[in-house]
Design a protein around this ligand. Structure first.
Ligand SMILES: C[S@@+](CC[C@H](N)C(=O)[O-])C[C@H]1O[C@@H](n2cnc3c(N)ncnc32)[C@H](O)[C@@H]1O
Length: 186
């Protein structure tokens, strides 16, 4: 969406973003068979860089050119794709690992699931609506997961981790929902 592209390009020009991979990616990426990984709304590629370093061939997609230009590493083994995920086609069965952190587009849920090869792993972590008074992430309801939403959305996968809890990272204190799930072999 054009408005998102402008907003995020401006943010990447003006702000510094974390360049360390999300803890959930560091902790669970090893569950995925080696192969091709997709980093959805990759931003500055902090997760893509980690995965490429571990031997995955990574497709890193984001709408913001400025984030892709400020990658957290030399993008060796990473295909940087500047695209709106509204239009980007995730080929079915292509990825052994799909990572989606700090981004929520519910329309992508079916494609994320179908994009995994058998045995492939989905790592998904994003903001959840917070109780009154707790640190919150985004404010718009469409950007906030509802209680148990991720677990229900990906119930056809084998869920190995699911939690909803505050994340106290200084750069993004907020309630988050986190899911790690594996596409069954058939
Ligand atoms: C909060 S950042 C998260 C970046 C990265 N996933 C991370 O965890 O560091 C959200 C990202 O979503 C991207 N984004 C927003 N709308 C998008 C869209 N329609 N298509 C592709 N990327 C989009 C933004 O450009 C931004 O980089």
């Amino acid at each position: 969406m054009r408005r998102d592209r402008l907003k995020w390009n401006r943010k990447y020009r003006r702000e510094a973003f974390a360049d360390q991979p999300a803890a959930i990616v560091r902790t669970y990426a090893h569950l995925a068979p080696m192969g091709r990984a997709l980093d959805v709304a990759c931003g500055n590629g902090r997760n893509a860089c980690y995965l490429a370093d571990r031997g995955f061939a990574v497709d890193a997609v984001d709408i913001a050119f400025e984030g892709l230009q400020r990658f957290a590493c030399r993008p060796t083994g990473i295909q940087r794709i500047c695209a709106d995920l509204d239009d980007f086609v995730i080929p079915p069965g292509r990825y052994s690992l799909i990572v989606n952190t700090r981004f929520l587009d519910r329309r992508l849920f079916p494609a994320l699931q179908m994009g995994l090869c058998p045995g492939g792993v989905l790592i998904f972590e994003s903001y959840r609506a917070a109780p009154a008074g707790a640190p919150s992430g985004p404010h718009r309801p469409e950007h906030l997961l509802k209680p148990d939403e991720l677990r229900r959305a990906f119930s056809r996968l084998r869920i190995v981790v699911y939690r909803e809890q505050p994340s106290l990272h200084a750069d993004a204190p907020a309630m988050k929902a986190s899911l790690v799930a594996i596409r069954p072999a058939n």
